[in-house]
Design a protein around this ligand. Structure first.
Ligand code: SF4
Ligand code: SF4
Ligand code: SF4
Length: 268
């Protein structure tokens, strides 16, 4: 289990612990103000943080220091974890309120409005409804609708993740591709870590696989290679984020997710 499961999970996965979505937690530490401020200031704050890290990247000692500081701050305030579809379904089942909203970071990276972000928990409509950038795009979803959408995103290869607003309170379920800021910061440029990999890691059963290569196209993390000799895909567990979207396009049910904690040397 990841360090958040140990700190905030009450003996289970931290994102399946009801307390981390509760009103009791929401009412502590000025979370409503933090979340409002997060929405209003996202572009400025994110741009500044990325620019600072980028500026010191060529000075290793300074960069390592800033990177550690940024990770510590993000873990305290706004941290994510990749979550496969079956766990997202359990998370959505636990919610009283689900609101589909415009993506703050896709707007920053692409200039386009897309709505792959689900606010969960407390008063999302009340908080974001007053901002013109968000208000027209807010849509209250029934649980079944939300689950149906997330399943279709999974097929399209969108990676699911959950995000804290003053950890451990979880306020968002995201569905991302490479236009996501988190993907860019952590994976594309490796500026700093802002999310954990999933509690899982993928494996492929060559006896079931027919070598069609569909799974290769759905992996956003470059974790799947292909053996031309064996005519089968290979999964690099060290690169795998455990998102499971390769599995969703496999007609042969050849891909399974294993418990990451079984493999002591794998990164989180
Ligand atoms: S993390 Fe992904 S789903 Fe969430 S706002 Fe950013 S791009 Fe959208
Ligand atoms: S190989 Fe790993 S990272 Fe790539 S799609 Fe499959 S589960 Fe996700
Ligand atoms: S999608 Fe499934 S059957 Fe096709 S190559 Fe990948 S593991 Fe094999």
């Amino acid at each position: 289990m990841c360090e958040f499961c140990i700190q905030h999970g009450e003996g289970k996965k931290w994102y399946l612990t009801m307390r981390n979505y509760s009103r009791e937690l929401w009412e502590q530490c000025n979370r409503a103000e933090y979340m409002e401020d997060f929405g209003a200031q996202f572009e400025v704050r994110c741009g500044t943080a990325v620019a600072k890290l980028d500026a010191v990247k060529s000075i290793p000692v300074v960069y390592r220091f800033f990177r550690r500081m940024a990770m510590h701050k993000n873990k305290t305030l706004h941290w994510g974890q990749i979550v496969p579809i079956e766990d997202v379904e359990q998370i959505l089942e636990m919610q009283d309120s689900i609101v589909r909203m415009p993506c703050v970071c896709r707007r920053l990276t692409t200039g386009r409005e897309t709505r792959y972000c689900f606010g969960v928990g407390m008063d999302i409509m009340g908080m974001f409804g007053k901002y013109p950038d968000y208000s027209h795009g807010l849509e209250v979803l029934e649980k079944e609708e939300a689950v149906g959408l997330v399943r279709s995103f999974d097929k399209q290869g969108l990676v699911h993740s959950i995000w804290t607003f003053r950890t451990p309170y979880i306020g968002a379920v995201c569905n991302c591709d490479q236009d996501c800021m988190a993907y860019g910061i952590q994976f594309k440029t490796n500026l700093t870590q802002i999310m954990f990999r999933a509690e899982y890691v993928a494996t492929v059963d060559w006896n079931k696989c027919n070598g069609c290569k569909k799974c290769l196209l759905n992996c956003q993390f470059g974790a799947i290679g292909y053996s031309n000799t064996m005519k089968r895909p290979t999964i690099d567990m060290n690169r795998c984020y455990g998102c499971g979207v390769c599995r969703s396009v496999c007609d042969k049910e050849a891909i399974a997710l294993l418990d990451r904690a079984q493999f002591a040397t794998l990164p989180w």
